[in-house]
Design a protein around this ligand. Structure first.
Ligand code: ATP
Length: 135
């Protein structure tokens, strides 16, 4: 069994899609082991997105993820990292396959509702950042 970090970004909260999205993960069989409302500052955004801070798309992404509360959580289950990324769908909501969260519910490359860790190593780093007390 494996753990992964999920973020329901500010668009998910503003659009009232928190229940819909969490329900998809739960129905798949993944277990929530942490869940919290969080509003982050620019410094935390930079830490979370360390690999993207120098990219052209980052400044508006930082503004977006600091624009309102997010729901942060940790999901646990067999191959949770890969399973969550499959449920999330491709980064660009316009290209994401129907049946995925982004494919069904998002129409943007930036405001794409969700984040899921991209590897077990990223998951360990991100869980330590977001939920330092979770052992
Ligand atoms: P995440 O890491 O959030 O699960 P991802 O792995 O599909 O998404 P990354 O390439 O890691 O995507 O990009 C991180 C986030 O940056 C994306 O989820 C999206 O919000 C934003 N983003 C990525 N590429 C672009 C882009 N070309 N234009 C605007 N925003 C982008």
């Amino acid at each position: 069994s494996e753990r992964t970090l999920i973020l329901l970004k500010p668009d998910a909260v503003r659009r009232g899609l928190v229940g819909e999205i969490l329900s998809r993960y739960e129905r798949k069989g993944l277990a929530l082991v942490a869940l919290e409302f969080r509003t982050i500052d620019a410094g935390t955004a930079d830490e979370h997105y360390a690999e993207h801070v120098d990219k052209d798309f980052y400044p508006p992404l930082r503004d977006f993820v600091t624009s309102g509360p997010m729901v942060a959580g940790v999901l646990e289950g067999d191959q949770a990292v890969e399973v969550v990324r499959a449920l999330n769908g491709a980064t660009d909501g316009r290209k994401a396959a129907p049946g995925t969260i982004r494919g069904d519910l998002a129409l943007s490359n930036r405001e794409n509702l969700v984040h899921g860790s991209d590897s077990p190593e990223s998951a360990a780093r991100e869980i330590a950042l977001w939920f330092p007390k979770l052992s």
